[in-house]
Design a protein around this ligand. Structure first.
Ligand SMILES: Nc1ncnc2c1ncn2[C@@H]1O[C@H](COP(=O)(O)OP(=O)(O)OP(=O)(O)O)[C@@H](O)[C@H]1O
Length: 291
């Protein structure tokens, strides 16, 4: 399968923050979720992807091409949902659409109005009067209405109620049935990713800790629980994060280390979900370690 999006050793330094050696890629036909705590650098990475922020070094390739001075043709193929208001607030949603549509050679009104009806966006109202969630729905309808091959979204599900979030995931799932497309989006809602993401990329302090298949991730880590009497054994092992609770301890560990320990002692072992993986890696003393 063809690579549709790739970052190679991208760095970008601001006064108090830097993206450090960011490399990952996404192939056609797949959905990648981009996660990390507040301030990890997700929006900055997405801005590098869209040529809104220029990396200090490294390369961004979309559809195998680097950005040039004129990126119009490249951007035709991308449906982009921003994390902030980009529409004309004093104009109605319909008027906004009339202004945006001509920029896209493959704009498709039939698809647009289908999504607008499905998402129940009132087109006759001024943008500034729409709720945050409704604005997001409008932005999604726009991004999905010009036959984009790559959909890039910065926290598209923030501000959406759980019912619509689920509907959106269904829409994304339908979109990805076309194997020529790919979807990349950042989110804090890890359960959404557990439903639809093929790959998860995790950013912490401007560094990639992992970019892996979701299935593969569930094989990497374990949570080990036990009474205080067993804590010495665990502390001596290669834990990623460790905490004591009122009942005993909880340790977050590489799965292979856990397997060896379990042969000697009967610990309670669990597979962490994505939220737990994120929590323990952020809490870890080894925050720099990539997996
Ligand atoms: N233009 C800029 N100049 C200086 N610093 C910036 C600039 N843009 C972003 N930053 C800083 O980069 C850091 C990462 O911000 P970014 O918005 O990329 O994080 P994020 O992972 O998207 O966070 P969140 O989940 O809260 O949206 C922050 O500390 C932010 O203040």
């Amino acid at each position: 399968m063809e690579t549709i999006l790739e970052l190679r050793h991208v760095t970008k330094a601001f006064k108090d923050f830097a993206l450090k050696d960011i490399s990952f890629s996404l192939k056609k036909g797949f959905i990648m979720g981009f996660i990390g705590p507040n301030g990890a650098g997700k929006s900055t990475t997405i801005r590098c992807l869209m040529d809104l922020v220029h990396p200090d070094s490294g390369e961004v390739l979309l559809f195998g091409q680097k950005f040039t001075g004129d990126n119009k043709a490249l951007k035709q193929k991308i449906g982009f949902v921003y994390d902030q208001d980009v529409f004309f607030q004093e104009l109605t949603a319909e008027k906004n659409k009339q202004i945006i549509a001509p920029f896209y050679e493959q704009w498709d009104d039939t698809i647009f109005y289908r999504y607008i009806n499905e998402f129940q966006v009132p087109l006759n109202k001024k943008m500034k009067t729409l709720s945050k969630g409704t604005k997001m729905k409008f932005a999604l309808a726009v991004a999905l209405s010009h036959h984009a091959e790559l959909i890039i979204m910065d926290e598209p599900t923030s501000g959406l109620d759980p019912v619509f979030r689920r509907e959106l995931l269904d829409v994304l799932f339908d979109v990805i049935q076309d194997e020529n497309k790919a979807i990349f989006f950042s989110t804090h809602i890890t359960t959404d990713l557990e439903k639809i993401a093929d790959y998860i990329t995790f950013l912490l302090d401007g560094k990639i800790l992992f970019s892996k298949e979701r299935e593969e991730l569930s094989e990497l880590f374990r949570i080990v629980k036990g009474p205080k009497s067993l804590s010495t054994t665990i502390k001596q092992a290669d834990t990623i994060a460790y905490k004591e609770t009122s009942l005993g301890f909880e340790a977050f560990m590489p799965a292979d280390v856990t397997e060896k320990l379990a042969k000697k002692t009967a610990f309670h072992i669990e597979r962490p979900n994505l939220e737990e993986i994120m929590y323990y890696l952020v809490k870890s003393k080894k925050r720099e370690t990539a997996y």
